[in-house]
Design a protein around this ligand. Structure first.
Ligand code: ADP
Ligand code: TYD
Length: 201
């Protein structure tokens, strides 16, 4: 039996990494065999591409070039990590996936959504079984994200207006893919959010 493919999405600093970790602990406590992974990254080659896209000047890449780099990273992640694990019946919990490309590359700097969708169909062709979209006020999320000082802040450096656009983009995704997306209110404590999500274990 194939495993479940579960993703977490949302704006920068919304608590995806925290909640993916917490959900993996919950799933493991019920005896499920789970892999926690992330995008961009999750395989050796994709982690190398991650460094290229997340560091440096915000203008370093156009949205079009980013789309190609994120898709290349995703293809490697899919081949090396996701597909083999699902085929072996393991559950995958992934911090970001194709919805991030639909929003960050598809709907922020011009309307590239048709190109994003075409490339996804051509090169990826897989959707998650379940997606948690953590929704929250970008002002607070941006403060949380930048406070981390991760050195991977290229997207945070686009500023608050960009994060507002992203928030609306993710809510639109939740409507379009209503069969697999659940919107979670991120303006609560990590414990409150984790216990709501735990119901889906
Ligand atoms: P993301 O992966 O979406 O960028 P993180 O999980 O890394 O978000 O969280 C960003 C920062 O906010 C971290 O420092 C984290 O400890 C903190 N944080 C996460 N969830 C909450 C929450 N519900 N309330 C307050 N702070 C939080
Ligand atoms: P992430 O490490 O999840 O950052 P954060 O913790 O700040 O949310 O993701 C890295 C950045 O890459 C994030 O700003 C979103 C961006 N991104 C895209 O632009 N397109 C994509 O396809 C993916 C997966 C991420």
């Amino acid at each position: 039996m194939a495993g479940r493919f579960i993703t977490f999405e949302g704006i920068d600093g919304s608590g995806k990494s925290t909640q993916s970790r917490r959900f993996v602990e919950t799933l493991r406590a019920t005896g499920q065999d789970v892999i926690l992974t992330r995008e961009p990254g999750g395989s050796t080659g994709a982690e190398q591409i991650r460094e290229l896209v997340l560091t440096g000047d915000p203008d370093r890449w156009s949205a079009e070039t980013e789309l190609l780099l994120f898709t290349a990273a995703r293809r490697d992640h899919l081949e090396k990590t996701i597909e083999p694990a699902l085929a072996a019946g393991r559950t995958i919990v992934c911090d970001r996936f194709a919805d991030s490309t639909r929003v960050y590359q598809g709907a922020t700097r011009g309307d590239l959504r048709a190109k994003v969708d075409a490339l996804h169909t051509l090169m990826i062709g897989r959707e998650p079984d379940l997606t948690f979209i953590i929704d929250m006020d970008p002002t607070i999320a941006l403060e949380r994200g930048l406070a981390r000082k991760s050195g991977e802040d290229r997207f945070e450096d686009f500023g608050l207006g960009f994060q507002e656009t992203l928030r609306h983009g993710f809510l639109a995704i939740a409507n379009t893919f209503a069969n697999r997306c659940i919107v979670i209110d991120g303006n609560r404590t990590a414990d409150q959010i984790a216990s709501e999500i735990a119901a889906y274990a």
